[in-house]
Design a protein around this ligand. Structure first.
Ligand code: BGC
Length: 351
C-alpha cells in the first residue's frame, strides 16, 4: 500500500485542502480529502482489468466547498433529516437551525461535511479527526469525531466513523459518495442493478420527514430484494418516489444487529462487470438516485452531471430517529463511543 499526499486548494479561511491517494498492490486507488473527510475518487478495475473512477466529483477543488450534493462527504453530526429541526433528549428540547424548509438536513449549515478535518496517515489508512464545539449545528456537547479510510489490496474500502461527546447528544454519520460503476462520466446509472437486503423501508411525508412507520417493500416499486435495474420502477406513480423525483428513502436492513457488520446490498454494472458490495454496522441505507444533480458544479470531466448520473447508497441511522422512539436509538452518552463501519467492496461479475 502506498499513500501519497499533495496540496489541493484552500478554503475561504485560508486552510489547506489536502488530497491523499491510497494505491494498493494491484494499482487500484482511492483519493480522500480533509475537506469534509471526503471520498474523492475510487479507481477500480472492470472485468478486463481496465481501471475507471467510479465516484462522482468536480473538476476543481473549489466546487467541493459548501456544495449542495455533499459529493463524497462525511456527513454529520446528524446525517439526513431532523423533522421540525428539533429533538428532545432527557426532557430537554434542542432547536437546530433549519436549512431545508422547517427541517434540518445533514447537520445544517454547520455540517461537518464542510469543515477541514485534521489528518494523520497510518500504514494503510488515512484518519481524519475533528472537534465540534457544544452547540454546533444546534447539537449539545463537545464532540470529537473521526473518519478513518482503509483501502485493502482486495479493493475493499473500509470507512470507520467514531465519536465521543462530553454531554448526552445524538450522532449519525454517513458517507455521501455518488457512484457510477461504468465510470463517473458515463451518464445515467439507471441501467445499474441494485439488490438490497431490506424488506422494509422508512416512508416519509412529502417533505421527506419519516411518518414513524416502516412499510413492507413487497408489491411496491421499493422492492430491491431481488436485483433489479434502478430504472425499472423509478418512474412509477408511487408517492414515496414521485415526491422526491426518484428514489430518496431509507431502507431498513434486514437482520440488523447493533455493532455487527452485515451486508446491506450489491450494486452492479452489467456492462463493465464492476460490482460493489456494501457492508455496514448501521441499521439503514438511504438510496438516493441523484435526483437533483443537474445544476451542480461541473463534473470531473468538465461536463455537468445530469440527474441520475450517480447513485448514493448512504449507510446510516434512520432519519429523524431522535423523534421516533421505535427507530434504532442514535443517542450518544458521555463515556460511550459511537462507532460505525461502512465497507464498499469492489470486484467484478464474470460474464
Ligand atoms: C438526501 C437528498 C438530498 C441529497 C443532497 C441525500 O442524502 O436524501 O434528499 O437532496 O442528500 O443534499
Amino acid at each position: 500500500m502506498e499513500i501519497t499526499q499533495k496540496p489541493w486548494g484552500f478554503t475561504p479561511e485560508g486552510e489547506a485542502i489536502i488530497l491523499y491517494t491510497l494505491t494498493n498492490s494491484s494499482g487500484a486507488s482511492v483519493e480522500v480529502a480533509n475537506l469534509g473527510a471526503s471520498l474523492i475518487s475510487a479507481r477500480v478495475p472492470d472485468r478486463e482489468g481496465v481501471l475507471a473512477d467510479v465516484v462522482l466529483g468536480y473538476s476543481d477543488w473549489k466546487s467541493y466547498i459548501g456544495d449542495g450534493p455533499y459529493m463524497g462527504k462525511s456527513v454529520g453530526r446528524y446525517a439526513n433529516r431532523m423533522g421540525g429541526a428539533r429533538f428532545s433528549l432527557d426532557g430537554i428540547e434542542y432547536l437546530l437551525p433549519p436549512n431545508e424548509g422547517r427541517n434540518q438536513l445533514h447537520g445544517g449549515a454547520a455540517t461537518l461535511a464542510n469543515k477541514i478535518w485534521e489528518a494523520r496517515v497510518e500504514s494503510n489508512r488515512v484518519v481524519f479527526s475533528i472537534s465540534s464545539p457544544d452547540g454546533e449545528g444546534g447539537y449539545p456537547g463537545n464532540m470529537t469525531a473521526e473518519t478513518a479510510y482503509h483501502w485493502s489490496d482486495e479493493c475493499e474500502l473500509e470507512i470507520v466513523y467514531s465519536a465521543e461527546c462530553d454531554a448526552p447528544t445524538v450522532a449519525n454519520f454517513t458517507n455521501h459518495a455518488y457512484f457510477n460503476l461504468a465510470g463517473e462520466a458515463s451518464g445515467s446509472v439507471l441501467g445499474h442493478l441494485l439488490q438490497l437486503n431490506a424488506s422494509k423501508f422508512v416512508p416519509t411525508r412529502p417533505d421527506n420527514i419519516p411518518t414513524g412507520e416502516l412499510w413492507q417493500v413487497e408489491g411496491t416499486p421499493m422492492d430491491f430484494r431481488e436485483a433489479k435495474a434502478l430504472g425499472r420502477d423509478i418512474d412509477a406513480d408511487y408517492p414515496q418516489i414521485t415526491d422526491a423525483a426518484g428514489y430518496d428513502r431509507c431502507w431498513a436492513i434486514d437482520g440488523w444487529r447493533r455493532n455487527i457488520l452485515g451486508e446491506a446490498g450489491v450494486l452492479t454494472d452489467p456492462v463493465s462487470g464492476r460490482r460493489m458490495t456494501i457492508l455496514t454496522s448501521q441499521p439503514g441505507i438511504q438510496l438516493y438516485t441523484g435526483n437533483f444533480l443537474q445544476g451542480s458544479p461541473a463534473g470531473k470531466s468538465g461536463r455537468p452531471y445530469a440527474n441520475r448520473d450517480g447513485v448514493a447508497l448512504e449507510c446510516q441511522g434512520f432519519p429523524d430517529a431522535p423523534n421516533h422512539p421505535n427507530f434504532p436509538d442514535q443517542t450518544l452518552k458521555p463515556g460511550e463511543r459511537y462507532i460505525q463501519k461502512i465497507v464498499y467492496k469492489f470486484d467484478v461479475l464474470q460474464s
